[in-house]
Design a protein around this ligand. Structure first.
Ligand code: FRU
Length: 505
């Protein structure tokens, strides 16, 4: 009997722990157009590859619980990057070795010899973590990623290190080799390798430390990106590497370097005082990766884990914990400071647009101007707003409003910044690192200011200066908090136009 009671108590406390802090109904507040696993914990996107009409998304996953652990590769596929089909776990922890982050390629010419029956293989390159060691390993699939066989000769690279991980591999046509970026995480170095067959790897060069030298470096990626408006075919290489802990607003974040790659060495165009370039100025953009072999659509497409290691294990969602950002097209834009990343949400999100409303020429007096006369409501919205700054000090939109909850997306003219303020966005008390205002310097000028804001059940993503300035932040309001309004402080502003689409599947 005592065991039964104990079991009951345990079950009850499990249920209590799993009850969402918001809403109450199961799955209340699940994102509509952001990838989430059916249940349990996820972190980094892994193995991103486009093959035979499918965008593959593998991801760091704990199949057994809603906190980090037992890392394996979960798997989903999509044809449009916004509607996902869940597939069984692809690569599982085994013999005390966890499957850490990595990438996947389509080995069309069967350089690895891991194809079967004339079928070229998909090859996953991942870090095996266990027994105080991190090594690089490969596995192959000849059924479009549905089932996998780990290579008998693993590991393929072993430095006898416990801080050597996150292989991202791509085919480098000029040298006719596979190129792999890895990190020596504690040394804040990216180490590049190449190979003819994905099994034998030769060391090429090291990059770093540089830029942000705080914390550890993780999830490196080297990829070529077109220069917007450049001469035909003009491109540069981006070396992206994530930093934990050391991002602008604390915790984890992604930095990048712009430069050239000759097949062996990456050489960056230096920034003043070696200042880091950050990809995103919210707190929830980490471990991004681009899709290998994706159809050309203006530039590489990447997705990131929409979270921060400061509170990833504590966010108030259930039965899933963790989501991906909306995938974005990456371009390089010329700015007075040099070439910088500009991001555009993938076009697929526009296929989710439902009811549309337009608001024009609305005076925004100091204080709050409600928009609900126009019945602009919904947990998932795509908003495009153009403002005339007037004499306001700050102005902008409030989204996910309701009963004491609001999330501000605004412009601070004196500071010259665009910001997201999630201080009162709903459930914020699960971590001292969550509530706050995150802002990014933007070029505001005196003319019109355009913001695109994508709102979902647990996030806001803000694109300013045509994608040059991006902020991604999770928010956890009650599912019923779906109002939107306008605000201004210290003076007035004007909303020139606002287009709002409700997003739905
Ligand atoms: C980044 C990271 C990687 C590692 C994985 C483990 O978030 O720490 O460096 O491979 O997560 O889940």
């Amino acid at each position: 009997m005592r065991t039964l009671i104990l079991a009951l108590v345990l079950v009850m406390s499990e249920v209590a722990a799993a009850t969402p802090a918001r809403g109450g109904e199961p799955d209340g507040g699940r994102p509509l157009f952001h990838f989430t696993p059916t249940k349990n914990f996820i972190n980094d996107p892994n193995g991103l590859l486009f093959l035979a009409g499918e965008y593959h998304l593998f991801y760091q996953h704990n199949p057994e619980g809603d906190r980090w652990g037992h890392m394996s590769w979960g798997h989903a596929v999509s044809r449009d990057l916004v509607r996902w089909e869940h597939l069984p776990v692809a690569l599982r922890e085994a013999d005390g070795i966890m499957i850490f982050s990595g990438s996947a390629v389509f080995d069309a010419r069967n350089t690895s010899g891991l194809g079967r029956d004339g079928q070229a293989p998909m090859v996953a390159i991942y870090t095996g973590d266990g027994r105080q060691r991190q090594t690089q390993n490969i596995a192959a699939s000849v059924d479009r990623g549905r089932t996998w066989t780990k290579f008998a000769g693993n590991p393929v690279v072993d430095l006898h290190s416990n801080s050597f991980r996150d292989p991202k591999v791509f085919w480098h046509e000029p040298s006719r080799r596979w190129v792999m970026a890895t990190v020596l995480a504690d040394e804040r170095k990216v180490r590049l390798w190449n190979s003819r067959d994905l099994k034998n790897w030769e060391r090429l060069s090291d990059f770093g430390p540089a830029g942000s030298r705080k914390g550890v470096w993780e999830c490196p990626e080297l990829f070529e990106t077109p220069v917007e408006g450049g001469s035909p075919g003009e491109s540069r290489w981006i070396l992206k590497v994530d930093v934990n802990d050391g991002a602008p607003f604390g915790g984890s974040g992604g930095q990048y370097f712009v430069g050239r790659f000759d097949g062996k060495t990456f050489q960056n165009e230096p920034t003043p005082r070696d200042e880091p370039l950050w990809i995103d100025f919210g707190k929830d953009f980490y471990a991004s990766q681009t899709w290998n072999d994706a159809p050309k659509s203006g530039g590489p497409v990447w997705v990131a884990w929409m979270n921060n290691w400061q509170y990833a294990n504590d966010i108030p969602t259930s039965p899933w914990r963790g989501a991906m950002t909306l995938p974005r097209v990456v371009a390089l834009r010329r700015t007075p400071d040099g070439l910088r990343i500009a991001q555009t949400p993938v076009a697929g999100v526009e296929s989710l647009r439902g009811a549309h409303r337009k608001v024009e020429n609305r005076v925004i007096k100091a204080g709050e101007t409600r928009l609900d006369v126009d019945k602009i409501e919904g947990a998932a919205l795509d908003l495009v707003a153009t403002f005339e700054p007037g004499d306001a000090e700050t102005f902008g939109l409030k989204v996910r409003c309701g009963a004491g909850e609001e999330t501000l997306v605004g412009v601070d003219r004196r500071a010259g910044t665009v910001f997201v303020d999630r201080t009162r966005s709903g459930t914020v008390g699960f971590s001292p690192h969550f509530a706050g205002r995150h802002s990014a310097r933007a070029s505001l000028g005196d003319g019109l200011i355009r913001l695109r804001v994508l709102v979902d059940a647990t996030s806001v993503e803000v694109f300013a200066n045509d994608g040059l300035v991006v902020l991604t932040d999770q928010v956890f309001p009650r599912p019923a908090s779906v109002g939107a309004s306008l605000f201004a402080t210290g003076g007035g502003a004007r909303l020139r136009t606002l287009d709002v689409w409700e997003l739905r599947k």
